[in-house]
Design a protein around this ligand. Structure first.
Ligand SMILES: O=C(O)CCC(=O)C(=O)O
Ligand SMILES: [Fe+2]
Length: 269
C-alpha cells in the first residue's frame, strides 16, 4: 500500500511530509527531552489541579501546549490545520495534547485500540501524530488498519492497571490490511480517532519522540480538563451562528458546587 496516497476520507489517515523546519524540530526536541527528564523525577506538579497528570510510567506527558509554549509551533502549524479544516471545518480547537515516547526497558507496546473510545458521545476528533524522531517499522511506528474508521466505535475492554488500558476486542480486529506508518523527523500522520491503531514494543536508545495533538470542531465545546484553546476560526460570527441562544446564567446547584470543591481539593493532594 502506498502510504503517501492515503486519504482521511477513504483510509482514515493521511501523511504530510517535511512539515516542520529543522530549527522548530530541534527546539521542540530539546523541550521534550527536558520535560521527560523532569517528569521522570516525579516531583510535585504545580499544574496538577488544571491539567492531566503526567504519566512517565506510561510514556505519556500531557498538556504540553499549555505548559511549554515552544510546542505551539507544532500544534498550530498551518499545513496541519489546513488538512484538519477539510474534515473539521473552519473552526477548530485543541482537545488534548501530549508527548508519546518509548522508554527503554519498560513495557511500551501499545495494543490495538481506537482513541477516546470511552467517550463515544462526543464529536469526532482527529489526531496529528508529529514525528520528532525517526519512526520505523522496527522502531515504534504506528500500525494502522486502513479504512477501520468506517466501522465506527468497535467493542472494547479495559485492562485495569495496565499501560494503555483501553483495547479493541480481539474478535473485532481484522488485522490483514495493517500497515506500519514510517516517518522521518518532521513528518506528520493525521488520523481519525476511529482508525484502529497500536504499536510494538521497542527497546533502543531512541526515545522515539512523537508529539500528538488531537483536535475537534465546534459542534460542542468541551475538553476533559483545563480550558479549550481555539486553534483556528472561532470568530464572533461563527460563534453566533453555532450558538444562537441568549446567554443564561447557569446556576450550579449547591451539590454540584460542593462536589467541584472536593474534586479540586482531591486533585491538589
Ligand atoms: O505511542 C504509541 O506508539 C501509540 C500511541 C497512541 O496510541 C496514540 O498516540 O494515539
Ligand atoms: Fe492511540
Amino acid at each position: 500500500m502506498d502510504i503517501d496516497a492515503c486519504t482521511l476520507e477513504r483510509d482514515g489517515f493521511v501523511v504530510l511530509r517535511k512539515v516542520f523546519t529543522p530549527d522548530i524540530l530541534e527546539r521542540c526536541r530539546k523541550t521534550l527531552v527536558d520535560v521527560i527528564g523532569y517528569a521522570e523525577r516525579d516531583l510535585e506538579d504545580p499544574f496538577n489541579a488544571y491539567y492531566l497528570r503526567h504519566r512517565a510510567d506510561q510514556g505519556v506527558l500531557y498538556d504540553l501546549y499549555q505548559r511549554h509554549p515552544q510546542m505551539r509551533d507544532m500544534a498550530q502549524n498551518d499545513r496541519v490545520l489546513d488538512a484538519l479544516e477539510a474534515v473539521l471545518g473552519r473552526d477548530i480547537f485543541l482537545y488534548e495534547n501530549s508527548v508519546v515516547y518509548k522508554p527503554k526497558g519498560r513495557q511500551n507496546g501499545v495494543p490495538f485500540h481506537q482513541d477516546f473510545i470511552s467517550r463515544p458521545d462526543e464529536p469526532i476528533k482527529f489526531i496529528a501524530w508529529m514525528a520528532v524522531d525517526r519512526v520505523t517499522k522496527d522502531g515504534g511506528a504506528l500500525k494502522v488498519i486502513p479504512g477501520s474508521h468506517k466501522q465506527g466505535f468497535l467493542p472494547w475492554h479495559r485492562v485495569k492497571g495496565e499501560t494503555h488500558h483501553d483495547r479493541t476486542n480481539p474478535e473485532a480486529l481484522d488485522l490483514k490490511g495493517q500497515v506500519h506508518v514510517e516517518l522521518e523527523p518532521g513528518d506528520v500522520l493525521i488520523f481519525n480517532q476511529l482508525v484502529v491503531h497500536g504499536s510494538d514494543e521497542m527497546h533502543t536508545d531512541s526515545l522515539r519522540l512523537v508529539y500528538r495533538a488531537s483536535y475537534q470542531g465546534f459542534d460542542e465545546i468541551y475538553v476533559p480538563r483545563g480550558a479549550p484553546v481555539v486553534m483556528r476560526g472561532g470568530a464572533p460570527d461563527t460563534l453566533a451562528r453555532r450558538f444562537p441562544r441568549p446567554h443564561q446564567e447557569r446556576r450550579k446547584s449547591v451539590l454540584v458546587r460542593a462536589l467541584n470543591r472536593i474534586g479540586r481539593k482531591m486533585a491538589a493532594l
